[in-house]
Design a protein around this ligand. Sequence first.
Ligand SMILES: O=c1[nH]cnc2c1ncn2[C@H]1C[C@H](O)[C@@H](CO)O1
Ligand SMILES: [Zn+2]
Length: 384
Amino acid sequence: MSASLTREVIHGLPKVLLHDHLDGGVRPATVLELAAEIGHELPVTDGTVEGLAEWFRASADSGSLVRYLETFEHTVAVMQTREHLFRVAKECVLDLAADGVVYAESRYAPEQHLERGLTLEEVVEAVNAGLRAGEAEAAAAGRPVVVRSLLTAMRHAARSLEIAELAVRYRDEGVAGFDIAGAEAGFPPSRHLAAFEHLKAHNAHFTIHAGEAFGLPSIWEALQVCGADRLGHGVRVVDDIALGEGTVTDDPEAANRAAVEDPSSLRLGRLAAYVRDTRVPLEMCPHSNVQTGAAPSIAAHPITALARLRYRVTLNTDNRLMSDTSMTKEMTALVEQAGWGLDDLRWVTTNAMKSAFLPFDERLELIEGTIKPAYARAAEGFHP
Ligand SMILES: O=c1[nH]cnc2c1ncn2[C@H]1C[C@H](O)[C@@H](CO)O1
Ligand SMILES: [Zn+2]
């Protein structure tokens, strides 16, 4: 009964987060403090944590991915030394643990953290050390969380092969995989084929931001040309799902209703069918999509139709700072605004754990030992 599924109950549920940017989740207080320390000028001058947090949220709320991404200048600026990277990574783990996250993959682009002389290896080692310190502190506080990193290459730049090599080199030291991010239009993933070939040659995992600001060609390339294991966002797969005379994209709210009332009225094109048939995990990020204009609202976000159609949907935060969000907030919004229930939350959580770039036995242990028992206990609470 979703009536009892309050924010407090949701906060207590175990969560799995596959798509969270380290530089998109810096605490506003930390940005403020470190910017003052290094003399980086921030765009707001009232000096308050609240003012800065609001600036990030409002600036990211532009309806444009390109403008959303401009705000990262001010988090990346304070992540340029070992000490600062360590701190940001550690605080990230503590914040996720406090949100009830039990497994997370935190991604960042090492090439963006070289401004003050660090090497790529030093960046990775500083972040890894911070993640391990955060895990230890969270476990000691009774909130165990496992956090792995994904190394991102920026799609407009030309360092993807180097970053892929770095991901392979550090695979046994907490780096679980690789990603491509940045503005999508004009920078197709196939520009980075050498990186993907290297990863495949070494049996490494990768995801690609695709189908966020740009539609089906980007999803098709990510899967069929590059061989991505998962899709970052992938929300525009609904461009290939017909509803009436148009597509789900034309009227996502009607599609969410149709997916429940009459699923056969939604007709999958070849690519949309391929994504569902092969169980490609979709790393969906509702609040981020509303901000960048990839979805009209939480109620009308295609995540609900895709969930009802049984795509391999996972729920994610993307950028907790810019989107002023958390896993608790993403889940609560779907419950309150899109008719989701406890079964849906358990399902996306299990989907995410199944899709993690963690060895199978470790995934199974988290599903059987942590996720299933906690959701079963929560379900009991809803019986009369
Ligand atoms: O949603 C996103 N789409 C594309 N790129 C993104 C998104 N969120 C963050 N990024 C970029 C900006 C960061 O600096 C970079 C690495 O985390 O990834
Ligand atoms: Zn992202």
